[in-house]
Design a protein around this ligand. Structure first.
Ligand code: NDP
Length: 496
């Protein structure tokens, strides 16, 4: 039995404080909802297989804004037309097409079908404020392995010409648009649907504690209803929209994008580089691990605290698959050969991060689901007045979010395989009709693109740590302060 420290006498749990605005309130929500989709397009265009990564003119801003001598264009017009040419800008109408719309509908339809048809286990979620618990149907790992099995068979038969890979590579941009539109749609649907939540309903429906400020934009963004659900007509199956979107179309879509980029590299060069394998295998393990541990999602703040709004819909369906796969997309055009020394070093980073990430998350999950587990008997904890226990030794005695540190270390292993990134595409003089892809003058110029994930993820985790901290302080009151005294570091032991 784990040893315990009881703080204070058994008195009623502290009353939760009022929620304030997060993410800069309605102004922040508006800027994020418009800015991040534009950011996704910026990455898609500025790192391309038309002129280079980044588009070479970006490195010569003075020249970019200087039109040729006899030109009637202003500096801005010249810059715009140059960038349109260098990025392969297809015009606004070219950002979407019927093929991508049908493909996206088929992808979400397939995810839904596998969710309904494949064997699943049913798990109860954490206790809601209403006192009830929702039931969740889990089979994401089986769904993913089924899809990957079908794709493996297709690739075995057709190689890189397997239609799924060629479809993704042909419609990458349009698929991005479709997933952004799905995010806007789902956020709007969930927001409107939330107005049918009535106090005392028997379906355990409730509003997210921080999601009903009354400000339309903010509530639409942050998520008004905690667990919006829909029942699929004819199939008579209820789908929890948030957990479904969190783990299926976007996460599995991330692996699919990576594999399509791998096929593209093979088709272009006739080989697959060790760097491409490192990125794709490393990220696939990360995703499959999350799907295998599907029920662990139930105690994450996404499920227990945040409503389902644009923030989660866009993050799950557009940002995660399309931004997290940037490295594989880069390598599909510009192959990097690492060699055994770099491979072993990067593998070491990945395994080190994974060990911290998995061991710490497992320790908390096991402690929360079975505190009497003899393997956890050595751990110390605080018994809070809410009834929950907070670990103060083991991994969770090192830092209050040691799991984030492991996750962040792993993100290095996804970026490092691109080394000093940057390439330029020029027509070959020797073989007309072919292109040369070189690092000529570009080495390092794409580092802000292929290492963006590292920086972004650090910001996300630090911000998330702050949000979780606020949530816990609201929930645990003085017990949380006591915990912070015992475990002073937030993410990195001895540093932060
Ligand atoms: P955590 O898994 O870190 O869980 C935080 C919750 O754990 C707290 O709200 C609290 O919940 C409980 N808790 C906090 N301290 C203790 C303690 N000492 N002992 C026991 N329980 C404690 O939260 P996340 O949902 O943020 O992260 C889950 C995983 O997902 C992480 O590994 C993270 O790195 C990863 N992640 C990945 C992202 C990506 O884009 N790749 C994005 C976000 C997360 P309670 O109210 O139950 O006490």
């Amino acid at each position: 039995m784990a040893s315990k420290t009881t703080v204070g006498k058994a008195i009623p749990p502290p009353k939760e404080e009022e929620h304030g605005y997060e993410f800069g309130g309605r102004i922040g929500a508006t800027l994020i909802s418009i800015g991040l989709p534009i950011g996704c397009y910026a990455f898609a265009f500025l790192c391309n297989d038309v002129s280079g990564c980044p588009a070479p003119s970006l490195l010569l801003p003075r020249k970019l804004f200087t039109p040729p001598l006899l030109s009637t264009q202003s500096g801005w017009q010249h810059a715009l037309s140059t960038l349109k040419r260098e990025t392969g800008w297809p015009g606004f109408a070219g950002l979407i097409n019927t093929e991508a719309v049908l493909g996206t509908l088929a992808w979400y339809g397939l995810s839904l079908l596998l969710y309904v048809l494949l064997p699943a286990h049913e798990v109860e979620g954490v206790k809601l404020r209403t006192g009830g618990r929702l039931k969740y149907r889990f089979n994401a790992f089986l769904s993913a392995t089924t899809i990957l099995g079908i794709c493996a068979a297709g690739t075995w038969a057709l190689g890189p010409d397997f239609q799924v890979w060629t479809f993704i590579n042909r419609n990458y941009l349009q698929l991005l648009t479709c997933n952004i539109l799905v995010s806007y749609f789902l956020a709007t649907y969930s927001y409107l649907h939330s107005f049918s939540v009535k106090p005392g309903n028997t379906a355990n429906r409730e509003l997210a504690a921080g999601g009903h400020s009354g400000n339309i934009i903010y509530d639409w963004f942050i998520g008004r209803e905690l667990n919006p659900r829909v029942t699929i007509p004819y199939l008579n199956t209820e789908v929890d929209i948030k957990s479904f979107m969190e783990l299926r179309p976007g996460m599995i879509g991330w692996i699919m994008l990576n594999l399509a980029f791998m096929a593209k590299q093979y088709k272009s060069y006739g080989y697959i580089t060790d760097s491409m394998l490192m990125v794709t295998i490393g990220q696939s393990i990360y995703v499959l691990d999350a799907l295998y541990m599907e029920s662990a999602i139930l105690t994450t703040i996404d499920i227990t605290t945040d409503g389902f709004g644009f923030m989660l819909a866009f993050g799950d369906l557009a940002w995660l698959p399309f931004i997290y796969s940037l490295q594989a997309r880069y390598l599909s055009v510009h192959p990097v050969i690492l060699g055994p020394t770099y491979v072993l070093m990067i593998l070491g980073v990945q395994l080190f991060g994974y060990y911290i990430f998995r061991a710490s998350n497992n320790e908390k999950n096991r402690f929360r689901t079975n505190p009497d587990d003899p393997a956890l008997a050595h751990l110390e904890y605080i018994q809070t007045r809410t009834g929950s226990k907070l670990l103060t030794s083991g991994w969770w005695g090192q830092a209050r979010h040691i799991n984030y540190l492991g996750d962040w270390i792993m993100s290095w292993a996804y970026c490092l395989p691109t080394l000093l990134a940057g390439y330029k595409i020029t027509p070959s003089i020797l073989t007309p009709g072919t292109r040369l892809i070189t690092t000529d003058g570009m080495a390092g110029a794409a580092v802000p693109i292929t290492y963006f994930y590292l920086l972004y993820f650090a910001i996300l985790l630090i911000h998330r740590q702050g949000r979780d901290e606020e949530k816990c302080r609201r929930k645990y009151g003085k017990d949380w302060d006591e915990y912070c005294k015992k475990v002073p570091y937030k993410i990195v032991p001895g540093v932060y």
